[in-house]
Design a protein around this ligand. Structure first.
Ligand SMILES: NC(=O)c1ccc[n+]([C@@H]2O[C@H](COP(=O)([O-])OP(=O)(O)OC[C@H]3O[C@@H](n4cnc5c(N)ncnc54)[C@H](OP(=O)(O)O)[C@@H]3O)[C@@H](O)[C@H]2O)c1
Length: 293
């Protein structure tokens, strides 16, 4: 299996590279500054360096959700326009493209898990740019898989878990939003799922379309934070003695968040035979890896 990963230095990209190396796939990775996916010649250069390729995974994205509100041009350039360039590059070479997207394409007003075919209605610039990137990919290259995920945390790169670990050491009290519900997702588990999918589509087990992957058991950010600090206590001392649930309205941010973004993953489980686990088991693994570094 020969794989080319765009965004290979990011949180997810790092795990994709590590796991595909462990599988003996000798993956090629491309990321800034050497490879800028907003430039067609940069993408071509990455393909040329990789040689013959069986599948491409795009983990590159502009992921600064709040900054996107004032940097719409960059968000759309990376999350929509560059996806067109990647789709065209893959189409010219006949290579399947596995692309990662987000729960932010939904408005969060549903009360049952979102299905892949549910209507998108993003509320912020980041979500709109990702939703338009998905639509562009569907138009430009039919041999694609879109995998939406949510609340990503991993050992590499900034994320909510690492922020709470830091704040837990800096502050006496943590105030955390308790009226947003979603499913945390370990980037290591998502990477494993994406590699399994890439191997299957490269092997002509075709199931083109849009899917969801997240770890199991919906939770609020508040309840998630309580488990993060509880599970990290064996590793270090925290100053925070109190975690207080608050409302989203009391923690204003530039970009709106979906209040409910639980993703229904059953079609991905069935089509690709992928087994998901609880985020708590994944969080234990992440913390163990983080503190072993
Ligand atoms: N993080 C989450 O909570 C979350 C939730 C749901 C879905 N997702 C999706 O999951 C995927 C992976 O997210 P992540 O957390 O791994 O993101 P990340 O850590 O920000 O990684 C994205 C990578 O893409 C690179 N990149 C940005 N602009 C680029 C360009 N023009 N050309 C080439 N590379 C570029 C970034 O480089 P720089 O760092 O140098 O900019 C970074 O290495 C994304 O599609 C994201 O939308 C993430």
């Amino acid at each position: 299996m020969r794989l080319l990963v765009f965004g290979s230095n990011g949180q997810l990209g790092h795990d994709l590279m590590e796991q595909s190396q462990a599988r003996g796939w000798g993956p090629s990775g491309a990321d800034l500054p050497a490879c800028d996916i907003t430039r067609a010649e940069s993408i071509d250069h990455a393909f040329a360096g990789a040689g013959a390729i069986d599948a491409v995974i795009n983990a590159a994205a502009y992921t600064a959700v709040d900054a996107a509100e004032s940097n719409a041009d960059t968000a759309f350039a990376v999350n929509r326009d560059a996806v067109i360039l990647l789709a065209q590059a893959c189409a010219r070479r006949g290579v399947p493209l596995v692309h990662v997207s987000t729960d932010y394409v939904f408005d969060g007003l549903k009360t049952s898990p979102y299905l892949p075919d549910d209507r998108v209605n993003p509320q912020g610039v980041y979500g709109r740019s990702k939703a338009e990137g998905e639509a562009a990919l569907r138009r430009h290259w039919e041999r694609h898989i879109i995998v939406r995920t949510s609340w990503l945390f991993g050992v590499h790169g900034p994320n909510f878990v690492k922020t709470m670990l830091r704040l837990g050491k800096e502050r006496d009290t943590l105030r955390v939003v308790d009226d947003q519900v979603g499913c945390p997702t370990y980037s290591g588990d998502l990477a494993a799922a994406l590699l399994a999918i890439a191997a299957q589509v490269a092997d002509r087990k075709e199931a083109w379309g849009t899917y969801h992957f997240c770890n199991d058991v919906p939770v609020t950010w508040y309840a998630f934070t309580r488990r993060i600090l509880a599970l990290a206590r064996p590793y270090e001392r925290f100053r925070a003695s109190e975690i207080v649930p608050i409302l989203t309205a009391h923690y204003p941010l530039p970009a709106p968040r979906p209040p409910f973004s639980v993703l229904d993953c059953s079609s991905l489980e069935q089509r690709f035979g992928i087994v998901r686990r609880d985020w708590e088991a994944a969080l234990k693994e992440m913390l163990s890896a983080l503190y072993a570094r």
